[in-house]
Design a protein around this ligand. Structure first.
Ligand code: SAH
Length: 348
């Protein structure tokens, strides 16, 4: 059994044909699933009853259920949900002046091993299927429906490395982006990668309109290798070359994410090296406040320091933004809530 959310529009058409149905029914099914947002096949009243019975033998709709939620004073909601096999995933819903933004998880655990991140505390168990990620969006959208709100933006920045689960993540994007379904614009979808170069190259060739964000966090290989093991496989010169090719081919602006870590990557010299690395590219640096993870000993910087770093970048010709802190009073760091939950499961 798998979730019906796994199927892209084209796959839905193929499935229909394989069941002796007309491919135009894909439009009906996308409408039931993503516009009317039904929770059972029986509600799809314009489908033949016999076909509905066949669907029930092979597919279910909802892949996840809520097991815990934390609500922050600033309105950020963190959900911990369980998949059919008992794995848990986290979702974070943030409210911005430009709309509601949802951070989705792409893998159960993560193998990238970035030393500052809570997700890596639990190794990857498996990739999520496209439909399980779609299910994350549908789970939240169905809650927002009651308030007449919608998921306006999606960031694939939860637990996991999206480019280590490339095909499923691209299918996920195509499903939520489909005009016949949720119709979340490509430019409202951001994929964040730690820098898996062959997949960046594949993404470049696909000419997708989704936004690409790169977790950089260090402007030299010496430091980056220490905090992000991926840099050993794809050092900065290789990464930057692939990113330049991406911007030139796609004419899209890149985002470099840079968490400011006290006494690690926050000096003026680092800011200048970072500016030298990025200057001239169609890109900006998003400075991210660090969500403290007790297990790894890093500390964030105060606002004054962050503003100073920002100023040095701007003075050296690189555009930057300072990300607002969200969900400071809840377990907001990627993977933090799940890591706690898994530990509690083991100790109980
Ligand atoms: N693997 C992908 C996506 C998941 S991480 C990637 O590396 O981009 C999403 C972003 O959150 C990354 O920029 C990551 O470095 C950052 N991040 C991880 N732990 C964090 C923490 N404790 N505080 C702030 N940002 C964190």
């Amino acid at each position: 059994m798998q979730t019906i959310y796994d199927l892209t529009y084209e796959q839905m058409q193929e499935m229909l044909v394989a069941h002796g149905q007309k491919p135009y029914r894909a439009k009906q099914m996308f409408s039931w699933l993503y516009r009317k947002r039904v929770t059972s096949f029986d509600e799809m009243t314009d489908l033949p009853k016999t076909f509905i019975e066949e669907l029930k033998q092979e597919y279910f709709i909802e892949p996840l259920k809520e097991i815990q939620r934390q609500v922050s004073k600033d309105g950020t909601i963190k959900f911990l949900c369980e998949l059919k096999d008992g794995s848990s995933v986290e979702l974070v819903l943030m409210h911005f002046h430009f709309g509601d933004s949802l951070c989705v998880t792409s893998q159960v655990g993560c193998n990238m091993g970035c030393s500052f991140c809570a997700s890596g505390l639990l190794k990857k168990q498996r990739d999520l299927s496209a439909g399980e990620i779609v299910g994350e969006v549908m789970f939240v959208q169905k809650q927002l429906d009651a308030e007449g709100r919608r998921v306006d933006n999606i960031v694939v920045m939860g637990t996991g490395e999206p480019f280590d689960n490339y095909e499923n993540v691209m299918h996920f994007c195509s499903i939520v982006n489909s005009d016949l379904g949720l119709a979340i614009g490509a430019r409202h979808i951001t994929i964040s990668t730690c820098g898996i170069v062959p997949k960046i190259e594949e993404f470049t060739k696909g000419h997708y309109q989704y936004n690409l964000a790169i977790s950089l966090h260090a402007p030299t290989d010496e430091l980056r290798k220490k905090i992000m093991p991926i840099d050993k496989a794809y050092p900065l010169d290789v990464l930057m070359k692939a990113l330049k090719a991406y911007s030139e081919n796609n004419h899209r602006r890149l985002t470099f994410e840079y968490i400011l870590l006290h006494d690690v990557n926050d000096s003026d010299a680092m800011a200048i090296t970072l500016a030298n690395l990025v200057r001239g590219m169609n890109a900006y640096v998003n400075l991210i406040p660090y969500n403290q993870v007790d297990e790894n000993g890093y500390v964030g910087v105060d606002e004054k320091k962050a503003l100073h770093f920002y100023d040095v970048l701007m003075k050296h010709g690189v555009k930057a933004t300072l990300r607002q802190k969200h969900g400071d009073d809840i377990d907001a760091a990627c993977g933090q809530l799940r890591a706690k939950h898994e530990r509690n499961k083991k100790s109980s």
